[in-house]
Design a binder for this molecule. Structure first.
Ligand code: ADP
Ligand code: MG
Length: 605
């Protein structure tokens, strides 16, 4: 085992090393530093997180650059803003006795002009995230044409995050004869390709096993009807009480809607997408990092910068358009030596995409079933039991113990436990009791879109489905309509359910007991100057099944009203479109959104 002196570092660096309290080099430092000091070479170094890679490239870079020159000589690319700041900070500490040294961090989400000013003062070393770097290059705010040393730190992470093109672009602005040092925890094919493309006969060092962490993520898929996606998401979350997850949606709108719906349903969730301001995104990310948010719903673009460790699950609410993007998504979990699960909720029309993803990731998916209500109840119950078991006793209770004991004098231990657990558990039980099976057999014929009963938790026979002649055209999405109905009828949070809006009409359910009230309220009812008509639909279950009211009757009744005048025939064709069997539900699955396409975006709370 050598010392830092023996590795050949100069006195300024050795002094800083002593200040930092580093007594001996780590393995990657011991292997990399002599190579980088002694020769002008490219290098590929594979080492896990926390092995001291920053100093492994940082010391040699500091030793080699000319601090008397103001030219930018070293460029370090790293995947996230946090890492970028961390590396900058380390480099400043390592180089604190190198007089004249200026290390500048360049990263998104902070003033580009300030950063440009810092660079202009003369930065020998720039530490940057790829996105912002590319931006600064295209605005000619940096000059990296005289770079001698470039570092790709956490190269696998950068590629996971989709920075391949940015990196390629950035390196094309650097001289061919520079040295490139690539540091990575793993060596997937993409990293090898980068190494081949940008490096000349790189020396290679490995600390620990190659590709050690690539097996940390397992891949699962769940086959459901497209319209059950959201229910499936909820169950996957409920079946994993300690889940800390990123849910990926394809569009900003779906991202916002899924997040809002989760919040409404009592989950700690947040949305991350490009329609939010940087400030809003920062807030969401801070809460997520602090685990105040358990589920982050994100678009691919917005999730690029997510660098949170300990994410237990990545859930693909919808598959990405490009199978390659799947790699970036699943790479959000299984970081830093932890294991992770990447789940995909697929409908039948998408199952074949699983195969193409398997080819790309060179791993097999496991087909799993969405847990049923009983499974979830059991998991929740046991999780609660564990939580109680591990809870530290609050001794403030002691002084009340005698009165509590008095109350439970005649209650035996089992009874007491049952009562105690019921406080929390009954909520779950009521929700999942008699819940339907969401799984679709592969290859089975999706005859009725999977909607057998009405409400999928408890009492399908007990609810009434209604038709209402307002919809997306009138500015209603399902949430607005639900709010509207609740307000009109003075009902509680869960009294109106299965709200489904089409373009010019909608459906919703209530319990049977409310039928008279609903129909009475909407008799000769006018809203904003137009008649709003509610009728009982024979389509109990909702969602795409034939609505057997006579079309003529309704047309006759409502003839001449605005909605019908606007689209008498449009109405009918809309309805036909909704008379879903397998073909129409499949058609709707191909749309970018599972919520239908006509609804306006709901404003954020
Ligand atoms: P990596 O980039 O491999 O994840 P870092 O370079 O961030 O690892 O180093 C991890 C931590 O170890 C940092 O806090 C760093 O200051 C510390 N460290 C690095 N080298 C040494 C050393 N030789 N002795 C003691 N601590 C070290
Ligand atoms: Mg590092």
């Amino acid at each position: 085992m050598s010392t830092f002196q023996e590795l050949g570092l100069n006195d300024d660096l050795l002094r800083a090393i002593t200040d930092l309290g580093f007594t001996k080099p780590s393995e990657v430092q011991e292997k990399a530093i002599p190579i980088l000091l002694e020769s002008e070479t490219d290098l590929v170094a594979l080492a896990q997180t926390g092995t001291g890679k920053t100093a492994a490239f940082g010391f040699p870079m500091l030793e080699k650059i000319d601090v008397d020159s103001r030219t930018t000589q070293g460029l370090i690319l790293s995947p996230t803003r946090e890492l970028c700041l961390q590396i900058t900070n380390e480099m400043k500490q390592y180089g604190k006795y190198c007089k004249g040294l200026n290390v500048v961090a360049i990263y998104g989400g902070s003033s580009i002009t300030d950063q440009a000013r810092e660079v202009k003062r003369g930065a020998q070393i720039i530490v940057a995230t790829p996105g912002r770097m590319k931006d600064m290059i295209s605005r000619r705010l940096v000059d990296i044409s005289k770079i001698q040393y470039s570092v790709l730190d956490e190269a696998d992470e950068m590629l996971n995050m989709g920075f391949k093109e940015d990196i390629t672009d950035i390196l094309s602005h650097t001289p061919d004869d520079k040295n490139t040092w690539l540091f990575s925890a793993t060596m997937p094919r993409e990293v090898a390709t980068i190494a081949k493309k940008f490096m000349h006969n790189p020396q290679e060092i490995t600390v620990g096993n190659k590709n050690e962490s690539t097996n940390q993520v397992s891949h699962e898929y769940y086959l459901v009807n497209a319209r059950d996606r959201y229910q499936a998401l909820k169950r996957l979350s409920d079946a994993n009480p300690d889940i800390f997850s990123v849910v990926f949606c394809r569009t900003k709108r779906d991202t916002q809607k899924v997040a809002e719906q989760l919040i409404e349903d009592g989950y700690s969730a947040g949305a991350l997408h490009g329609d939010l301001s940087q400030n809003q995104r920062d807030l969401v990310m801070t809460s997520f990092r602090k685990k105040q948010i358990q589920t982050l719903v994100a678009t691919d673009v917005a999730a690029r910068g997510i660098d949170v460790d300990n994410i237990t699950h990545v859930i693909n609410y919808q598959l990405p358009d490009e199978p390659e993007i799947y790699t970036h998504r699943s790479g959000r979990t299984g970081r830093a030596g932890k294991t992770g699960i990447s789940m995909v909720i697929v409908s039948k029309s998408e199952v074949r995409k699983i195969k193409s993803i398997e080819r790309i990731i060179k791993k097999q998916f496991e087909k799993k079933d969405i847990p049923d209500g009983a499974d979830i109840c059991e998991v929740q119950l046991m999780s609660l039991a564990n939580k109680i078991h591990n809870t530290e006793v609050n001794h403030e209770i002691d002084k009340h113990l005698s009165s509590i004991n008095e109350l439970f004098e005649d209650t035996d231990k089992d009874e007491l436990i049952k009562k105690f657990f019921s406080v929390e558990f009954t909520r779950f039980y009521n929700y999942y009791n008699k819940s339907k099976n969401l799984n679709v057999a592969e290859g089975s014929f999706d005859r009725d879109g999977g909607r057998e009963g009405g409400r999928d938790f408890g009492g399908s026979k007990n609810s009434t489905r209604y038709f209402i002649n307002v919809g997306g055209k009138d500015g209603f999405d399902w949430m607005k309509l639900k709010d509207f109905l609740k307000e009109q009828l003075n009902l509680g949070r869960d009294d109106v359910f299965k709200v489904e809006t089409k373009d010019s009409f909608s459906f919703f359910n209530t319990e049977n007991e409310l039928k008279e009230k609903v129909l009475a309220h909407f008799t000769d009812f006018k809203h904003e100057g137009r008649f709003v008509n509610v009728e009982v639909s024979e389509n109990r279950g909702g969602g795409g099944r034939r609505d057997r009211r006579s079309g003529g009757k309704r047309d006759g009744k409502s003839g001449g009203r605005r909605s019908d005048r606007k689209g008498g025939s449009g109405n009918r064709s809309d309805r036909r479109r909704s008379e879903g069997n397998s073909s129409s539900s499949r058609r709707s699955e191909n749309k970018s959104s599972d919520f239908g396409s006509s609804r306006p975006r709901r404003s954020r709370r």
